[in-house]
Design a protein around this ligand. Structure first.
Ligand code: NAD
Length: 260
């Protein structure tokens, strides 16, 4: 059911988002990209996807902190590729500090990027999906949408928020051909967590590799990271017709993190 559909994946210039973009492209889906990257990097990503999967791509560099830029990304993506059938709200940032010292601007930025932007893209995408009575919205939350860790108050608040947004919006369109779900990964080895690994390496004076194991051991019982490929496969499944009755769910892929 996917060939010829149009997907917009926020934060798709690296990590999970880029992997999801490639997976959906491999199913014949035209790809709207977003995220920060140098123009030459964007060119390489677009060329690779277009050449390998023979689909169209479009890039919009919206800073998702800025509401008007989110709106123009939605408008320009549908102008370039056609109306958005699949929306993956993936962009996210992290900042680690205890609440008493947490910079207020950072808190607001995390809520804006990790939560408010997903509300805005959903608001602008839903009318297009309702017109076709088909749509998939997948919100990349986190295990931190279900449980907390210390020193991550803004991230945990935003991720719990996006789980709530997922449920509320899924219910509003439950009778239609649109599904809205959240995915909650545990540790995935991307740029987002490199800083956290390096901090442990510095703190315990150990190698980056040993610090990575230490990080996994703290929370993820499998002591194995989730791969971006595995997440791409889960998201592709959620886009399929087989998943049409999965509505307002939160799918964990966390090596057992939240089973504890
Ligand atoms: P990443 O840093 O590799 O990717 C983040 C993407 O978001 C990049 O493309 C970046 O350019 C983009 N981005 C950041 N700020 C932006 C802004 N203001 N406007 C537009 N784009 C912006 O990280 P990742 O690990 O691939 O993270 C993707 C998502 O997965 C995030 O929502 C993150 O919270 C979530 N997640 C990651 C992990 C993990 O262990 N890596 C675990 C659970 C959830």
């Amino acid at each position: 059911n996917l060939p010829g559909k149009v997907a917009l994946i926020t934060g798709s210039t690296s990590g999970i988002g880029l992997s999801v973009a490639k997976k959906l492209a491999s199913q014949g889906v035209h790809i709207g990209l977003n995220g920060f990257a140098k123009p030459e990097e964007v060119t390489v990503i677009r060329r690779e996807i277009e050449d390998q999967y023979k689909v169209k791509t479009f890039y919009h560099g919206a800073d998702l902190k800025e509401g008007p830029q989110v709106k123009s990304m939605m408008q320009e993506t549908s102008k370039a590729l056609g109306s958005v059938d699949i929306l993956v709200n993936n962009a996210g940032i992290q900042y680690i500090e205890q609440a008493v010292n947490f910079p207020e601007q950072k808190f607001n930025d995390i809520i804006a990027i990790n939560l408010t932007a997903a509300f805005l893209t959903t608001k602008y995408a839903l009318p297009q999906m309702l017109d076709k009575n088909w749509g998939r919205i997948i919100n990349i939350a986190s295990v931190h949408g279900l449980v907390a860790s210390v020193n991550k108050c803004a991230y945990v608040a935003a991720k719990h928020g996006i789980v709530g947004l997922t449920k509320a919006t899924a219910l509003e369109v439950a009778k239609t051909g649109i599904t809205i779900n959240a995915v909650c990964p545990g540790w995935v080895m991307t740029k987002l967590i490199e800083i956290q690994i390096q901090q442990r390496a510095d703190q315990y004076k150990i190698s980056f590799e040993d610090a990575q194991i230490k990080l996994l051991e703290e929370k993820q019982p499998s002591v194995t990271p989730v791969s971006t490929d595995q997440l791409g496969d889960l998201i592709t499944f959620l886009c399929s017709n087989s998943a049409s009755q999965i509505k307002g769910s939160t799918y964990t892929m966390d090596g057992g993190w939240t089973a504890q």
